[in-house]
Design a binder for this molecule. Structure first.
Ligand code: MG
Length: 378
């Protein structure tokens, strides 16, 4: 029996993780949940269904206390840090955004293993997270789960490059991106995800963040990390070894696979997701990314290569711009434009040292302010 803590339990990753756990009641036990303020009713249902002893919410906990007698309720902005530090086998961090960094560090500091779905933890604080060692972080992102699995085929020193696949998002074949709408951007062709990740997939900022994530997870330099468009989202990523051999991981797009693998590692969960059906025909295509239309990927590599602080700026500026796009205040193309303006203005601070999470917050606050100014000037 594995004791699991889930952060961000009412979000897309959290809900799917609980489905995996519900299907495997003899393997997993939920010992703590936490979520933001958006969906407390769902959180209450989850706590009841899985008989969870401790629950946290960043909002006021009085609704939970009333609805859940006998359950320990932790509330307030630091609740997810406390839930992350509960004694358990694995903490699944399914929080979206760089607010997930603190809980990741809190889990690692007490010796917990982290199934990491919060890529921003690595983008904003990669050096801080990886200082706790490589062996306690299991990636949940489908691409990184694929790389993690494919890496087992050889020595890390023999890796020539890693290739992340990208669905290309809804605008893969759209030439003029200046006129696409919010509804268009939220309509992802292959993956069902939270709204921010979906917008990030449409701009390919998500792939940029994932390149930075791969750099930290596997200690691979940026010039050895590439991305390729693969519209079917079946090959989740590939590792090329120095002898010219490429190892890929493939399965139909379904996050339950990587989630189950991360919380059960090194075991595998039987039938965590449906496998590829070889009784029907398949065509897998791979197309190079058009970096003119999608500048986010190369920009992320440049930011990442400058040092940790600039990757945090890239992400913070994107969070501001995506929020504005979701309020329909700015056009789609203004998202990456805003990131570029922000990192150009602040990139000189690349050498600024990231000693702790306070340094990360300061860098992010600067980036958010500059991004807001860039948006206000539009
Ligand atoms: Mg991904």
């Amino acid at each position: 029996m594995r004791d699991i803590v889930i952060l961000g339990s009412t979000g897309s990753i959290g809900v799917q993780a609980l489905e995996v756990i519900a299907a495997n009641p003899t393997k997993f036990r939920v010992v703590g949940l936490s979520a933001g303020s958006n969906n407390l009713e769902r959180l209450v249902e989850q706590v009841k269904k899985f008989s969870v002893p401790i629950v946290g919410t960043t909002s006021d906990g009085s609704i939970l206390r009333e609805a859940l007698p006998g359950v320990e309720v932790i509330d307030g902005p630091h609740s997810s840090l406390q839930i992350a530090a509960l004694s358990c086998d694995v903490v699944l961090n399914g929080i979206t955004g760089s607010i997930g960094l603190g809980p990741t560090l809190a889990a690692l500091e007490v010796g917990n293993k982290v199934a990491l779905a919060n890529k921003e933890s690595l983008v904003a604080g990669g050096d801080l997270v990886m200082a706790h060692g490589r062996d306690r972080i299991i990636p949940v992102d489908s691409e990184h789960s694929a790389l993690f699995q494919a890496m087992m085929a050889g020595k890390i020193a023999d890796v020539e490059k890693v290739i992340l696949t990208a669905s290309g998002g809804p605008f893969r074949d759209v030439n003029d991106l200046s006129k696409v709408s919010l509804a268009d951007a939220l309509n992802h062709p292959t993956w069902s995800m939270g709204p921010v990740v979906t917008i990030n997939s449409a701009t390919l900022v998500n792939k940029g963040l994932e390149i930075i994530e791969a750099h930290y997870l596997f200690d691979i330099p940026y010039n050895k990390i590439e991305a390729v468009i693969h519209p079917q989202s079946v090959v989740h990523s590939m590792v090329e070894f120095k002898d010219g051999s490429t190892i890929a991981q493939a399965s139909p797009p379904n996050m339950k696979g990587p989630i189950a693998y991360a919380i059960a590692h090194p075991d595998r969960v039987a039938h965590a997701m449906p496998a590829i059906d070889w009784k029907s025909a398949h065509t897998w295509t791979f197309v190079p990314i058009d970096h003119e239309r999608f500048p986010a990927v190369e920009l992320a590599k440049r930011c990442g290569a400058l040092g940790g602080a600039v990757a945090a700026m890239y992400n913070a500026a994107n969070e501001v711009a995506v929020a504005a796009f979701m309020k329909e205040e700015i056009p789609f193309t203004a998202i990456v434009d805003t990131i570029e303006k922000t990192v150009t203005k602040l990139g000189g601070q690349a050498q600024s040292v990231v000693r702790d999470i306070k340094d990360v917050s300061a860098i992010e606050n600067d980036a958010r302010r500059v991004a807001q100014e860039a948006l206000a000037k539009r």
